[in-house]
Design a protein around this ligand. Structure first.
Ligand code: F6P
Length: 547
């Protein structure tokens, strides 16, 4: 494919960027009372307001033209049809099949994948009902009180995020914990106080070879066996979630207790597969399926809505506008919802592992920016940490504000305080405060002379800082499913425009290879000398200090 930067729409966007250089959003709002209506979309009870962006109708139409020139529709269709769009790994990308609640056949090499998807969902239902009802017994005949998921990356972040997000729906008699880090502190702290007789481990690993997960799983098995002293206990206290039955059996887990998924599910897109088992254990299978339903509705929207009414397409295109035409290389995810505490981390992997690439689908280096740095944390905490830079710093950081109109609680005016901040921040970022406005406020306080000039300059906000607002009725399982799917498809859109493979992750391999070698070097008495001087020195210093 032609590099996107060579396409007519890209060139036109570059020119248009110049036209937009002096345009301030406060003027755009003042000149058009219909701006919100023009630049907002709804999907069921979810509002996507993108009017506080540095865009006009022309911007949008050029971005849509870019999507067309990049053959976005054909690329979407290829994913849904089961084409092997993950070209480096020669795999289809079918997480949409996992939540295909319509059950229409989805063919992979001529075979419908839905019977397998439904079989595993049925197995998850039977298992989670047995555990939640207390019918599933540990090796001494006691019911399970604690579930510990051991996984990392895509085998951890999604279920960790959702279990937290759906806390109000969680059965308090079954606690769900997560261990991911190979740092022993993670395991030691999590297992502290747990009773092995009533603890169930879910070993979640697509490959079942990931170093961190395997090390943690082995230590968890030792912890169990050390206390119950019955090798048969593993069958009652360990289940696996994986694509690799051989390795699962090698580890000693009965493959009857293995929840299968497939190579056409990318790790960071696997929350909808059996990797979501801890979610179903925490909130029940009906709610897990409600989450699938919410995602499926967005899949249908993404697949069928015209670009100008397609929320993930617009989200993706706006990201392209800032990343490639304003050099905005960071992007903030700002949920005004404590239950969405882990959403920024989850989307960080989703986005950065997908689009952090510098070669295109044909293997050529790209000469344009891809994948911004994703960060964020729940409002209002972030306001007292990094928002200063977003308001007055030299970097342009587009962001998404996310909130529910209804809280799960009813504690005085907390929710209104939260929402007033959510809305105020988007207004402040957009409007800013002019030097004149700052000066007049100071004059009213009696400030004069040089001090007035200095302070007014410091209190000036340029504004014109873009944000999207996503507002929905309540954070239910369906809404959460829809929200996550919106971001997945946004990432897809951007990968499609950048002509990169959003579904491999070769960039994580080098560190893994080198860690293996360094682990060997750490073992012996000899000094390391086969690396660069810094790496040798770090190894040798560590060896000297550890005694
Ligand atoms: O970090 C690389 C990665 O392969 C991720 O893509 C994946 O989510 C994670 O490691 C865990 O992999 P696995 O599920 O195979 O243990």
């Amino acid at each position: 494919m032609t590099q996107p930067t060579q396409l007519p729409a890209w060139r036109a966007l570059e020119k248009h960027r110049q036209e937009m250089a002096g345009v301030h959003m406060r003027d755009l709002f003042a000149a058009d009372h219909q701006r919100f209506e023009r630049f907002s979309l709804t999907f069921n009870d979810l509002l996507f307001d993108f009017s506080k962006n540095r865009i006009t109708e022309k911007t949008l139409s050029l971005l849509e033209q870019l999507a067309e020139e990049c053959k976005l529709s054909a690329k979407i269709e290829a994913m849904f049809r089961g084409a092997r769009i993950n070209v480096t790994e020669n795999r289809a990308v079918l997480h949409i099949a996992l939540r295909n609640r319509s059950n229409r056949p989805i063919l992979l090499d001529g075979d419908d994948v839905m019977p397998d998807v439904n079989r595993v969902l049925g197995m998850m239902r039977r298992f989670t009902e047995a555990v939640r009802s207390g019918r599933w017994k540990g090796c001494t005949g006691r019911s399970i009180t604690d579930v510990v998921n051991i996984g990392i990356g895509g085998s951890d972040l999604g279920s960790r995020m959702v279990v937290k997000a759906l806390s109000p729906y969680v059965d308090p008699s079954l606690r769900v914990h997560f261990i991911s880090n190979v740092d022993e502190a993670d395991l030691v702290q999590t297992l502290f106080g747990l009773d092995p007789e009533t603890t169930l481990f879910c070993i979640a690993s697509k490959t079942f070879t990931t170093l961190e997960t395997m090390a943690n799983a082995k230590s968890a098995r030792e912890w169990l066996l050390h206390q119950v002293r019955d090798p048969g206990a593993v069958a009652k206290h360990f289940v696996a979630i994986s694509t690799n039955s051989e390795k699962v059996a090698d580890f000693g887990i009965d493959t009857a207790n293995m929840f299968e998924f497939w190579d056409w599910v990318g790790g960071r897109y696997s929350i909808w597969a059996a990797i979501g088992l801890p979610i179903a254990l925490a909130v029940g299978m009906d709610r897990f399926e409600a989450m699938l339903e919410g995602a499926h509705r967005i899949d249908e929207h993404f697949r069928t809505a015209p670009f100008h009414r397609n929320i993930p397409v617009i989200m993706g295109l706006l990201g392209i506008w800032y990343d490639n035409f304003f050099a905005a290389d960071a992007y903030a995810i700002l949920p005004y919802d404590q239950y969405l505490e882990h959403l920024p981390d989850y989307l960080q992997q989703g986005d950065m592992e997908s689009n952090g690439k510098t070669v295109d689908l044909e293997g050529h280096p790209v000469n344009y920016s891809t994948g911004p740095i994703i960060f964020g944390q729940p409002g209002t905490n972030g306001q007292h940490a990094f928002y200063q830079l977003m308001h007055q710093g030299s970097a342009l950081i587009p962001c998404d504000f996310i909130a529910a109109a209804q809280s799960h609680h009813n504690l005085g005016e907390h929710h209104e305080l939260l929402i007033s901040n959510f809305i105020a921040q988007t207004e402040a970022l957009m409007l800013g405060k002019t030097f004149e406005e700052a000066k007049s406020e100071l004059e009213k306080e009696g400030v004069t002379g040089e001090r007035l000039q200095e302070l007014a300059a410091a209190k000036t906000f340029r504004g014109n800082r873009p944000s999207n607002s996503i507002l929905y009725r309540k954070l239910t399982p369906e809404t959460l499913g829809s929200l996550i799917a919106l971001y997945e498809h946004k990432i897809f859109v951007q990968g499609a425009i950048w002509n990169i493979n959003s579904f491999d992750q070769m960039g994580v391999e080098l560190g893994k290879q080198l860690a293996k070698k360094i682990l060997n070097d750490l073992g012996g008495e000899d000094l390391a000398h086969s690396h660069d001087s810094s790496t040798n020195a770090l190894i040798n210093r560590y060896k000297a200090l550890r005694i």
